[in-house]
Design a protein around this ligand. Structure first.
Ligand code: ADP
Ligand code: ZN
Ligand code: ZN
Length: 602
């Protein structure tokens, strides 16, 4: 009898549904699901992942192609993750090949070996002693030497490639001279020496932790609802502590903007364990390394943004999704998925608890809690003696604003300036004015590429489309009636910044939006100035609503709340409420309670 036929079902990264059948290479050992193979696909070769083995195919045998090469003897993707990916492909109606592809680090997609460790080069002591000026006749070496001396931790191949396209030959020359040496960088975030003791939990926190711990070992979803500063993170930390003590791993998802060095250091200070951090800013080698550490159980804590929900984790004991309502958990192109929802499904499949935390939970999570699908855990108070700010509506139908600022708001700012306290103004619209209009015929400057209207950016002297990004010079004559009577309508942060300078000439004003923080480190520098009391008034977009606390801010002004009510998105109203609450939550402290003024025409 002939040896039975071996056919592999392979997920290939192509926008086609289903898997593809390939014949095994003769006389080769069986390929396990989750292992990568190189296969012919059309006229190309691709790296695919084996999903299963069978002895039948819907295709005629003579039409089946053969696997070209087996890349992994051990599967790179563990079985439980592979099954989750199959579920994702079905649930989100996305080709399985692309889903598997999305879950793999770039280097593995390219067929590279699944090995951790990032090769980096740094200067030797001899190299450090070299004066760059001595190298004036070897400018390429001088350039590389300077880059290496600015990076004491060393540079990896990707970083070196950014310094120079021909780095490899130059590096070799430096190496021959004994000026650089290679070593392997560990990708894990080491534990910090200074360990912080956990605070004594308050009764509400204790109840929450007990509830979560009582669920260990089985699936249960918890909605941890508490304002910013109510101690949600301490609840996560206490629950994670227990999971780590059982020798299992914890996955913590945070919004894109929330993965700050301070955020990471809070985990480093509490736990004496390596942490694998996964986010979009990693180099390919770093990402692969962190991914493998998570997969092999070498990183007890896995901390990351959206796509970390697709990371392999050897022995997952708990999932935490912080700020579960956050929009960045949804991927909006390619494989469209909600990392929050996938996390809940993953917890259910792995039979572990999941904690969804938020000050402003999404309506669907609140509904799940009300229906009993999730267990609601409330942290009603801010920790310590911090108090919630007082909120007041300013009825703009009676108050005539000047450049977006009503009189009561301006008076409130003046009062803060006199007391040396800070004010934060929120306006979710960057640029100078959202509309550039002809007063004679009503023409509104349109985007040439899409349907949107152009926003005037006065400082850059441009009309910019906030939808598609196209830019053009400011039109000075109306194209329909030739009038020069063109004017900006409405306010953006740039215009309000100018108005504030006029109303409060002595105040130090910091504008924080995407335009004003474009350069590397500019946001950090602005936030530092705010924290160090070098700013009196902050004006900014939703960049202000997340992640940063401003303890010296005692006044929050929401300039144009109504804008959020007209959105075409059915979640506009929900989002508006969340944003207002989040921005308000940034302000105030025990001894300096905050006030929130909301300008509205409704
Ligand atoms: P959230 O995650 O809800 O914003 P945090 O857990 O970050 O809140 O807590 C806010 C601040 O209060 C942090 O500095 C934290 O260390 C502190 N804190 C939290 N719980 C307690 C507690 N039980 N006792 C003392 N301080 C606490
Ligand atoms: Zn006109
Ligand atoms: Zn456009």
């Amino acid at each position: 009898m002939a040896a039975s036929l071996r056919i592999y079902q392979v997920a290939v990264p192509a926008p086609l549904h289903g898997f593809f059948d390939y014949l095994a290479l003769p006389h080769t050992p069986s390929i396990l699901p989750g292992a990568r193979v190189r296969v012919p696909f059309g006229k190309r070769e691709m790296v695919g992942v084996v999903l299963g083995e069978t002895d039948k195919s819907a295709l005629a045998l003579n039409r089946l192609k053969q696997v070209l090469q087996v890349l992994d003897h051990e599967p790179v993707l563990p079985a439980n993750l592979l099954q989750l990916l199959v579920w994702i492909a079905e649930y989100y109606h996305h080709p399985i090949g692309e889903v598997v592809h999305a879950a793999l680090p770039t280097l593995l997609r390219q067929g590279r070996a699944a090995e951790a460790g990032v090769a980096v080069w740094s200067l030797t002591p001899t190299g450090c002693a070299v004066e760059a000026t001595d190298l004036s006749r070897a400018p390429a070496q001088k350039h590389l030497l300077e880059a290496l001396s600015a990076a004491p931790e060393g540079l990896d191949a990707e970083q070196l490639a950014q310094v120079s396209a021909r780095w490899s030959a130059t590096l070799k020359a430096l190496h021959t001279k004994g000026w650089v040496s290679a070593h392997t960088r560990d990708c894990l975030q080491a534990a910090k020496a200074a360990q912080s003791e956990p605070p004594e939990l308050n009764p509400a926190q204790r109840l929450a932790v007990e509830a979560i711990l009582s669920g260990l070992g089985g699936f249960r979803a918890y909605l941890l609802h508490g304002v910013t500063g109510s101690g949600k993170t301490e609840v996560y930390l206490a629950a994670i502590d227990k999971v780590l003590a059982q020798g299992r791993q914890a996955l913590i998802l945070v919004p894109e903007i929330g993965l700050t060095p301070q955020g990471i250091s809070r985990f480093q200070q509490r736990f004496r364990v390596p942490i694998a951090v996964l986010h979009s800013g990693l180099s390919d080698a770093e990402r692969l390394c962190a991914w493998l550490m998570a997969r092999d159980g070498k990183a007890p804590i896995v901390l990351g943004t959206r796509s970390a929900v697709l990371a392999p984790i050897k022995d997952l004991g708990l999932i935490v999704v912080d700020e579960e309502h956050d929009g960045s958990y949804k991927q909006q192109d390619g494989l469209r998925y909600s990392a929050r929802d996938v996390a809940v499904m993953r917890a259910s499949r792995e039979k572990i608890p999941i904690v969804l935390g938020s000050a402003t939970p999404s309506l669907e999570s609140l509904k799940n809690a009300r229906d009993g699908a999730y267990t609601l855990l409330d942290l009603p108070d801010r920790t310590g003696s911090a108090v919630m700010p007082q909120v007041r509506l300013l009825d703009m139908r009676r108050l005539k604003p000047s450049e977006g600022l009503s009189l009561p708001l301006r008076e409130a700012i003046t009062a803060r300036l006199e007391k040396g306290e800070q004010s934060l103004l929120f306006l979710n619209r960057r640029g100078f004015a959202p509309v550039w209009m002809c007063y004679d015929c009503g023409w509104l400057a349109p985007c040439r590429r899409c349907d949107a209207q152009l926003t005037l950016h006065q400082r850059r002297q441009k009309l910019i489309c906030h939808h598609c990004g196209s830019e053009q010079e400011i039109v000075k004559t109306c194209p329909t009636c030739q009038s020069a009577n063109l004017h900006p309508i409405g306010e953006g942060t740039e215009r309000v910044e100018g108005a504030l300078q006029k109303f409060f000439p002595k105040a130090r004003i910091e504008r924080i939006d995407r335009d004003s923080t474009r350069g590397k480190g500019m946001l950090e520098e602005k936030l530092r100035r705010v924290h160090d009391g070098e700013a009196d008034i902050l004006i900014g977009t939703q960049m202000l609503s997340k992640g940063h606390d401003f303890p010296n801010v005692t006044l929050v002004g929401i300039l144009n709340a109504d804008q959020g009510l007209y959105g075409v998105d059915f979640r506009s109203g929900e989002r508006l409420f969340q944003t207002i609450l989040q921005v308000s939550g940034r302000a105030g402290r025990a001894d300096k309670p905050g006030q929130v003024l909301i300008q509205t025409w409704h």
